[in-house]
Write a protein that binds this ligand. Structure first.
Ligand code: SF4
Ligand code: ZN
Ligand code: ZN
Length: 306
């Protein structure tokens, strides 16, 4: 098997692109595709102040590496944020790894303790709310904290490491639940307004398998251990289904996302978003919400009562 670019021995086979590549040309190809996503969806402009959410997993650390290399070319400011969720040993491990990577890629960063910010750790919140799915509570709290801090610190963009498989998983889940509002948020760029900071997802068109390859080739040390609360999550089954589909018919993952963007998303928007959604501000914390009190303030009030 020879590299399609240089003719040397190829170590990587990308069926979806019908390419065989050596490590060097795979790395170039990978970076070029992310740059293309950034340009195509106008994710980054010169002068932007970007806060990147880094969890210690392969996706956010790969994005940290790529954005740290692009910041001089495009001329934007980059800073990292990691939330110490207080999930016992697991949190200690990812905090150690993110610190190493921030130093390695020379990116300024802040580690924020959820206990200091909200008064409770994720473990304490999950234990006192037994009947709800841990990841939906944790996900809502993380999104809230990241937006709140990015806004308060004066960043105009918040970057996250969501990849192609993550977005398709959310798309399938929202389809099954009939949750069109969730589906409409699936785009590489989610424009903000007022206290809602614009969110960008530069890895939106990159399959997870390519991120694993890239992080291995580049020697990015990421946390392989799973969060103790991820057990029982449906995510694994959805992802397996998507992988089977891709194996049978290479490039179906990317086609699925692009068809959604080009055909189904505009149709859903024209049907459901005839009038723009009016955002309110939470009466308790002042952050944007569609209700009187935001979901995170409700969660915290419930935990305090117990
Ligand atoms: Fe939070 Fe679930 Fe992720 Fe654990 S797996 S960090 S509980 S979202
Ligand atoms: Zn090559
Ligand atoms: Zn609130």
């Amino acid at each position: 098997m020879k590299c399609n670019i240089c003719g040397n021995i190829a170590s990587i086979k990308l069926d979806y692109a019908n390419l065989r590549l050596c490590n060097l040309h795979f790395v170039n190809y990978f970076k070029r595709r992310i740059k293309r996503t950034i340009e195509k969806y106008k994710l980054i402009n010169p002068g932007d102040k970007i806060l990147i959410a880094v969890s210690g997993g392969k996706d956010s650390l790969t994005l940290l590496n790529i954005l740290s290399e692009l910041r001089e070319d495009i001329n934007f400011y980059l800073e990292g944020i990691t939330i110490d969720l207080g999930i016992e040993e697991y949190s200690n491990k990812y905090i150690k790894i993110v610190k190493e990577n921030y130093e390695k890629f020379k990116v300024e960063y802040k580690i924020i303790s959820l206990k200091d910010e909200l008064g409770f750790t994720i473990s304490e919140i999950i234990k006192s709310m037994k009947r709800r799915r841990p990841c939906s509570i944790c996900g809502a709290i993380k999104r809230y904290m990241l937006n709140k801090l990015a806004y308060e610190w004066g960043f105009n963009k918040l970057a996250t490491g969501h990849n192609l498989d993550d977005l398709l998983y959310i798309l399938l889940r929202s389809y099954i639940r009939g949750d069109y509002k969730q589906a409409l948020k699936l785009y590489p760029l989610l424009p903000g307004n007022d206290r809602l900071v614009t969110r960008i997802r530069p890895l939106a068109e990159i399959p997870e398998s390519d991120i694993i390859l890239y992080s291995r080739i580049k020697g990015i040390n990421f946390l392989k251990e799973k969060c103790p609360y991820s057990k029982g999550s449906k995510g694994f089954t959805y992802r397996k289904l998507l992988d089977m589909l891709e194996q049978e018919s290479p490039s179906s993952k990317l086609s699925m996302l692009r068809s959604f963007y080009n055909i189904y998303k505009p149709a859903l928007e024209s049907y459901y978003l005839k009038r723009p959604i009016k955002l309110k501000y939470c009466k308790s914390c002042g952050m944007p919400t569609s209700n009187e009190i935001c979901s995170v303030c409700k969660i915290i009030a419930r935990v305090q009562r117990r």
